[in-house]
Design a protein around this ligand. Sequence first.
Ligand code: NAD
Length: 484
Amino acid sequence: MSTPTTPITVAKGDGIGPEIMEATLKILKEAGARLEIEEIEIGEAVYKRGFSAGIEDSAWESLRRTKVFLKAPITTPQGGGFKSLNVTVRKSMGLYANVRPCVSYHPYVATKHPVMDVVIVRENEEDLYAGIEHRQTDEVMQCLKLITRPGCEKIVRYAFEYARQNGRKKVTCFTKDNIMKMTDGLFHKVFEEVAAEYPELVNEHWIVDIGAAKLADTPENFDVIVMPNLYGDILSDVAAQIAGSVGLAGSANIGEHGAMFEAIHGSAPRRAGQNLANPSGLLLGAVMMLVHIGQGDVAERVHNAWLKTLEDGVHTYDIYDESTSTEKVGTKEFAEAVIKRLGQTPTKLKAVHYGKAEPIRVPPFAELRRPPAKKVTVGVDLFVHDRRSTAEVAAVVRTAETAKVELKMISNRGVMVWPRGLPETATVDHWRCRFVAKDYAQGLSHADIIEIYGRAVSAGLDVIKTENLCTFDGEPGYSKGQGE
Ligand code: NAD
């Protein structure tokens, strides 16, 4: 019986992209990868042909069909009007998980952290990256941070499944839920719920600031770390950098409708076309791809041969060091050295075992949605653009009270300034005025809220936004103002 091949889409990219892709594909072929390669063009030339995201419509057809994308780095043209290709692909294919192993290869690659083998699992779609930003007043800009329960559950489940499948021992979660009790609080809560389903794995949570400090100081104490988007974005770079191997790291972007695998570095245009570049980052991205498509046996052959090459001191210029290297090679020669070692395992570095790794499966987003809670609207926050003093603003805002609501408080930049406040609190032209139902159990209708809005506008207030205050199954769905 012939072994089935898996169709994949490949893009050779810009700069050093074509060289490192050629080296990578050659190693995969020699290792026996069962692939049917479809090539698409992305990047600089496509941008210059007028496609603002660096990818043509015809390329999407291949990506949608194969659902597996091995991508070399591209050069993003300077200047405005160009959209990030990575963000476009990530959003279009719903790539919710960014997985980045950060490993040190002591003593063959210089690092301050000889023992480091951390996998960062970053949520890729939500958080402050929804791109919903507004200028609300002369002085205030706003960026909406969106965290969803199904989104948290998907990424956290992915992290635990990844840990289980890869023989990892511990999953750590970083959030800032001491401050963002609702958004990061949800991420943390879901983490604890899901962790309970994996009793064989140690789980822990750190507030992201101290967690980041510990990661940078003692990375050997971490294993798999799962994080919301922003912290993951920052800390995956920190982790790759302190491993000493930015040029060696690969990354996977996993989604429900496809997956993309790449090196974490860019297109290094100054090194292009000189047979100098290190293909290792892309090769390790390709190893993750092989595991994803169920070719763990080939992934293991490639990864172990690569480790043996590193260990034998066969190094490209970027990691060459007279004290640890035996041979300085170019891209092609490095690939040949890996091919020569296929079937071998490292003796000093830790060998990898993927065996019969299955693609990681977590329930689709739609299945993670829960039935709606009983929702009661119990008040409204009216946001007002006004340059006057606290006392002057409060006097006008109070006239918007109706028979059903009273003005509970006014805050400025989150700090309560009325009915109590400190004279030292500096204020800007952006006031959050909280109206709460007198009859909390009965709540308010949309008409009640429109009445408050209408009264405020009639009193001459520049209302810029309203945010309903609701309870969900009796639990308040809003935070208190500082000092409230
Ligand atoms: P870069 O990662 O291309 O280069 C940073 C440094 O690392 C340079 O000194 C470079 O020579 C070296 N380097 C990178 N990869 C190497 C390799 N494989 N072997 C040896 N040395 C290597 O980052 P940059 O210079 O900031 O960006 C260059 C271009 O790449 C920009 O147009 C940027 O937008 C793009 N970029 C693309 C991606 C991507 O496609 N995923 C990611 C980052 C940057």
